[in-house]
Write a protein that binds this ligand. Structure first.
Ligand SMILES: [Zn+2]
Ligand SMILES: [Zn+2]
Length: 375
């Protein structure tokens, strides 16, 4: 199945949408209303406080932020990816397919560092009076750290591209558009594009994308990993709080091949796990708390708030969940095993965590609380 965030395209730039809704059932776990989705979300106070890690001295101070953490002192509910094994899974989810999926998911997670703040950040979240993160903060020189995930790899060759889902892209240019090739008389004719998903409040617009660096394979304090820079904004929506960044390069062919294969494996495993756990409430996150090495956390999704009925099977929803996060986790993908992944947006006053807006299959699954599996 193609990841939904890539199917959405420009239609979600609209932040205001009143649509005739079909008749819905409102249950304790799925909340709908006649108001426009964003008004409802605003009324319910579902724009959480963001979980971006601000660090005045950049990388140098990050370990100090771990030590001083107020939200999860000791970080006992986080599992470092290096020590993650089958028994790290909640007892009733110790399944080898799920374990393999999470291992691959760990390799797709990235740390996001944004070095500059856009002057175009908005003052409030759409249709709300709730302050938007980092509005008017462009004068501060602090770096902001968040998380993200690789969601597609596109191989470009002589102007024709193909992604991991088999989609073909015909391009105007036959030469690699990276900065090095633009200045070269002999530009590469094969290049790669990585699409990375994160939150819009982490990377707001093209200006911030240009000043964003992602780090792949930052698995431990000693991991060097891979640095991706020179991003551009592929898609973004303030209301949904999701954006996709594009990174183009031609100088790491092995990395391109490796991640193409890894994403293909992820997609196959996700489908199998989705079928096996289609009624589960398990929600796991792979993120970079405080901008430090990658960690896995487990919990449950709690409630689904509908923004829009998309079609017979799909809703656009915002979720709350118990999965542990810290500053630095903003933008990470929340993997709701069995129905979809959604972006981590922040924390509510109730201490529950809250997502951005994304697709869910809850409607087609006819989900009922009585069938839930506890973690
Ligand atoms: Zn913490
Ligand atoms: Zn190039």
């Amino acid at each position: 199945m193609k990841r939904k965030s890539l199917l959405k395209e420009d239609r979600f730039r609209k932040t205001k949408k009143m649509k005739k809704k079909s008749k819905k059932t409102t249950s304790t776990n799925h909340v709908a209303d006649k108001k426009s989705g964003l008004s409802l979300i605003s009324t319910l106070g579902l724009f959480g406080s963001h979980e971006t890690q601000v660090s005045v001295h950049g990388e140098v101070d990050l370990h100090k932020h771990v030590k001083d953490c107020q939200k999860n002192p000791g970080h006992k509910k986080f599992i470092p990816v290096e020590s993650f094994h089958l028994n790290s899974l909640p007892r009733c989810f110790r399944d080898s397919l799920l374990y393999q999926l999470i291992k691959v998911t760990c390799d797709l997670a990235v740390r996001v560092e944004v070095k500059w703040t856009s002057p175009r950040r908005v003052e409030f979240w759409p249709e709300s009076q709730q302050p938007y993160p980092f509005y008017n903060s462009q004068t501060t020189s602090a770096s902001r750290f968040g998380s993200g995930a690789l969601i597609n790899v596109i191989k470009r060759q002589n102007g024709i591209g193909s992604d991991i889902y088999g989609q073909i892209y015909d391009l105007e240019t036959r030469r690699c558009p990276c900065q090095k090739c633009q200045e070269s008389d002999n530009p590469s004719r094969i290049w790669w594009e990585f699409i990375i998903f994160t939150a819009t409040h982490v990377v707001f617009d093209e200006y911030e994308a240009e000043h964003t660096v992602c780090r792949l394979f930052y698995d431990s304090n000693t991991s060097k990993g891979f640095i991706l820079d020179q991003a551009s904004m592929y898609r973004s929506s303030i209301g949904e709080d999701t954006c996709d960044l594009s990174f183009v390069f031609c100088d790491k062919q092995d990395l391109g091949i490796k991640m193409f294969q890894m994403m293909t494996t992820w997609s196959i495993l996700w489908q199998k796990v989705e079928e096996k756990f289609h009624r589960s409430r398990l929600a796991f996150i792979v993120s970079h708390p405080h901008g430090c090495a990658k960690q896995v956390s487990f919990g449950q999704w709690v409630k689904s708030y509908e923004w829009e009925s998309y079609n017979r099977d799909l809703d656009l929803t915002k979720l709350t969940y118990t999965t542990s996060t810290c500053p630095g986790s903003s933008g990470a993908a929340v993997y709701c095993v069995g129905f979809n992944e959604i972006v981590h947006s922040g924390m509510l006053n109730s201490k529950l965590n809250v997502s951005g807006i994304g697709f869910s299959y809850l409607k087609s699954r006819n989900f009922s609380l009585s069938r839930r599996i506890r973690t």
